[in-house]
Design a protein around this ligand. Structure first.
Ligand SMILES: [Zn+2]
Ligand SMILES: [Zn+2]
Length: 261
């Protein structure tokens, strides 16, 4: 009788553990580390979005992001960069210095996923500062391919090419089980953006402009209305100058904001 009770208890325990694992496996959280556009909003870091689930994945790494991560004691497993405008990757530079010269216990090793030819681009930048291999030595560097899923920090990512002036730029879809986060990076209005956002549980989308007619030619950024037009579900506007108003009732990112997905 006693043994039978124990077996039943074990079975219940296993079932509960399975349920818990199932639930925990589905939890995904997005934390805004930096929400600023190409120039920083007062007191704010530039582009950086930490997606936490099976691991810690940082989307973009603009100036100010590394300091915020260190303040919070957060160590990303992987970093994925949308494009090579400084406000999306600039803190890889001091991050490389940290990993080269900082105290061993404070170094933050991470995979870095770059656009195609990104490793050569980093080598070119590094050659200006005296050590061609500074990024190679600081990170495990990889390049993603357009429309080809890859795994980083336990998530499945897919990079989709998006128009952004004349630059090579991408948006990401980040998936964990049935949860999807879409991230625009920087982007002009395009049907591809709506495809990137389709069905996402959260669409983090830039809204840099007051009006689309304030943009350059070719276009490279979105107004809030253009961002909303690309969404078919929950949206979080970001990369927006503090001086601009935002549409009523539409969530706007700020540094430190946490969203459960
Ligand atoms: Zn930007
Ligand atoms: Zn940009």
């Amino acid at each position: 009788m006693r043994a039978g009770q124990d077996r039943d208890a074990d079975r219940v325990s296993v079932l509960l553990d399975c349920r818990l694992d199932d639930l925990l496996g589905r939890l995904v959280e997005a934390r805004v580390i930096g929400s600023s556009p190409a120039w920083p909003n007062p007191g704010s870091a530039q582009s950086g979005y930490l997606v936490e689930g099976p691991g810690k994945l940082l989307l973009d790494c603009g100036p100010g992001v590394l300091g915020s991560l260190r303040q919070n004691g957060t160590a990303p497993d992987a970093i994925a960069i949308t494009h090579f405008h400084l406000d999306h990757w600039g803190d890889l530079v001091p991050w490389a210095w940290l990993n080269a010269y900082g105290p061993e216990e404070h170094r933050l090793r991470a995979e870095v996923w770059l656009p195609p030819s990104g490793i050569d681009d980093l080598t070119t930048f590094a050659s200006l500062w005296g050590n061609d291999r500074m990024f190679d030595e600081a990170f495990a560097l990889h390049e993603y391919l357009p429309d080809t899923p890859f795994e980083a920090a336990g998530f499945e990512l897919t990079a989709h090419r998006l128009p952004h002036y004349t630059l090579q730029a991408y948006g990401f879809r980040v998936q964990q089980d049935d949860k999807v986060l879409a991230y625009s990076g920087d982007c002009a209005p395009t049907e591809e953006l709506a495809q990137l956002a389709r069905g996402a549980d959260l669409f983090v989308c830039e809204a840099t402009l007051a009006h689309g007619d304030k943009d350059g030619v070719p276009r490279g950024h979105l107004s809030a209305d253009e961002a909303l037009a690309a969404a078919d579900g929950p949206i979080l506007l970001t990369h927006r100058p503090a001086e601009l108003p935002s549409p009523d009732g539409v969530p706007l990112a700020h540094d430190g904001l946490v969203v459960d997905i």
